[in-house]
Design a protein around this ligand. Sequence first.
Ligand code: ATP
Length: 337
Amino acid sequence: MRNITLIKGDGIGPEITESVVKIIEASGVEINWDIQTAGADIIEKEGTPLPQRVIDSVKANKIALKSPVTTPIGKGFRSVNVQLRKELDLYANLRPCYNLPNIKTRYDNVDIVVVRENTEDLYAGIERQVDENTAESIKIITKNASERIAKFAFDYAVKNNRKEICVVTKANICKLSDGLFLNSAREIAKNYPQIKFKEILVDNCCMQLVQNPNQFDILLLPNLYGDIVSDLCAGLVGGLGIAQGANIGKDYAVFEPVHGSAPDIAGQDKANPTAMLMSAIEMLNYIGEKDAAKQIKIALFDTLNANIKTADIGGNSTCSKFTNEIIKRLKVLTPQY
Ligand code: ATP
């Protein structure tokens, strides 16, 4: 049986975690979940939202499934998500964005993979108050980090049969920093002649995405633009409730939905577990459980096609009903359970 760290988080985290764990269990995949709590709720007891035991658990198990974790604002704690990515050197943030069945969106056939550099840029957290009226944030871009994320994107393209990578920067303004990211991508692209390589400025990219998203295949971006553009792409295919994500490094991988802990709907059985489920499906693929991943995806798509949907995507189902409907369909698909 495989050990996987399960970070439960807070807000809607526990609800969607319970849903996803039930669905995976029903698929027949046997996982020994190493359950770890993190976030605002444990600060009082443990003095930090991200105790060392969480990091140690992921290091031991190599893989984690994580639900959203709130970092309290203004209490001096570094973002749990940013810190976890840094501690585990999860340098690649991967967000596939494609249309799911029976979810009405402006465009059909969107199929974009956003590859975001995850460790530097303005997220290096180097800020200072210069004087009373001036604050300064430092944007760090290195050749090493830029080359490894470009290589990740091209390897992903080859492995997943994708055709094109478009690197997104503001290299006309940030000539040195974004220029370095762009030049690194250009260099790495030379090693992959089978993958088409394009360049675009981030402002134009945003306009093109809302006008004609079907022109894009893989987008490769530094951290900040990647954060913004990937939410734009999530919006193109139906919003945060369905947007999956993964943070991948050389040694470890953490799969998690893109959305936050949605405190406005927490504890009301309204949350959409799809984003976390889609992340878990990718996790199952990653660990080689491809049949289960496929079956869960079919059961999810069947449920959506039967018009059973949570409110955020235009339905009136609760999280628990939606979960049970997926499991019901999964049972039909896998008669041995
Ligand atoms: P954070 O700063 O942690 O990203 P946030 O409040 O900015 O938090 P979210 O927590 O992602 O962002 O919530 C944004 C909106 O999307 C909220 O109205 C929330 O209810 C909704 N939302 C997010 N995730 C889901 C979900 N899984 N199901 C239904 N609604 C969701």
